[in-house]
Design a protein around this ligand. Structure first.
Ligand code: NAD
Ligand code: AKB
Length: 321
């Protein structure tokens, strides 16, 4: 990769990806875009940024025709819980945005990264160690858009030889930007509330297991996949990746090792709980390991130590400001 364009770059993944890519490839080699600039301060200010609604194919084309990236990271999208509130809008952004990204990638011969999700599995998929290739009948509009996205990326690769690549991300945990309306968001909020209130009320029930990953491993995986030897990629657009599987109860126990008086209670949200129950307990990332060397560094213990340290620093700075 030499010149990279990122859509949806001011979200939970984007703000960290932009800074990570600008450190690796140079500030002016990474073009950030998003539908609004409200989180702009979170990315390195020296590189290019423009407002872009990915549904606006003309504006999208205009930016790509003048910047001429060799790779597009297409992050713009609506996550699972927000998508259930506005299914029509979520479908419009998730599908028409991806369609525009694919058409533009085809016209300008760029590689394209598409982030699918564990949401691409459904109640009929095996729940434990869910295989790379198995039945996918998701019951959420978000999951349906992710399966359709995986297939569309496969189609552009086989029909037009477009270099499409992607992963099925698990819930991502990070401390730079807050998550954007998903089902796994509790696993970020719990660290903030543990530090500021010593108490967290979870909207996900105590014994519900979902796959998760710490953001540094997600950033490393995205770059590793896009830099991988294409001849080794059999699956391309939908690699299962995960670093850990845990329940709210497990995170609380881990946090209590450092904040012994931390209390977790529950006020379960039926919508997000039913989404969580339709997703796997744990997925099998072995194809990503074999085909491009996926190797996460953080487990629950290492992530908790780092999250508590970074969030403590952040909340202290905010208190002092
Ligand atoms: P997020 O909600 O934090 O950020 C998404 C960004 O897209 C936001 O900055 C938003 O302003 C922007 N956006 C929304 N509508 C847009 C539009 N019409 N045009 C341009 N930009 C628009 O999401 P995220 O967590 O950063 O996720 C990015 C991608 O990764 C999404 O496709 C998501 O489905 C996928 N993903 C995320 C996770 C996770 O845990 N964060 C897990 C699996 C997959
Ligand atoms: C969500 O909960 O919607 C996301 C995801 C796992 O896709 N974090």
């Amino acid at each position: 990769m030499k010149k990279i364009l990122v859509t949806g770059s001011l979200g939970q993944i984007g703000v960290e990806l932009i800074n990570y890519l600008r450190d690796l490839y140079g500030e002016n080699s990474v073009f950030a875009t998003d539908v609004s600039d409200k989180e702009l301060a979170k990315i390195k200010s020296d590189g290019p940024f423009e407002i872009l609604d990915v549904r606006d194919g003309k504006a999208f084309d205009h930016i790509v025709s003048s910047f001429r990236p060799d790779t597009i990271f297409h992050l713009a999208g609506i996550l699972s819980a927000n998508a259930e509130k506005l299914p029509q809008k979520a479908w419009d952004i998730n599908m028409n945005g991806l369609f525009n990204a694919l058409e533009i990638a085809r016209n300008y011969e760029t590689s394209l990264f598409f982030p699918s999700s564990i949401a691409a599995f459904g109640p009929g998929s095996p729940s434990d160690n869910t295989p790379q290739d198995c039945m996918q009948r998701p019951s959420t509009i978000y999951g349906i858009s992710k399966v359709a996205g995986e297939l569309l990326c496969d189609y552009y690769h086989s029909k037009y030889e477009l270099d499409t690549r992607g992963v099925r991300f698990p819930g991502l945990i990070s401390h730079e930007a807050l998550p954007g309306g998903g089902t796994t968001d509790y696993a970020v909020h719990i660290y903030y509330d543990a530090l500021t209130k010593k108490k967290y009320t979870s909207f996900i029930a105590s014994a519900t297991y979902m796959d998760m990953m710490y953001m540094p491993d997600a950033l490393n995986a995205m770059v590793k996949l896009m830099e991988a030897d294409p001849s080794r990629l059999v699956h391309r657009n939908c690699f299962n990746i995960t670093a850990m599987s845990f329940s709210p109860d497990d995170v609380a126990k881990e946090i209590q090792k450092y904040i012994p008086d931390f209390v977790l209670d529950y006020d379960v949200d039926p919508v997000r709980q039913s989404i969580a129950e339709s997703w796997p307990n744990s997925i099998d990332p072995s194809c990503a390991v074999e085909e491009w060397g996926f190797s996460p560094a953080y487990d629950l213990e290492a992530m908790t130590i780092d999250m508590l340290e970074k969030v403590a620093l952040k909340t202290k700075v905010q208190e002092e400001a």
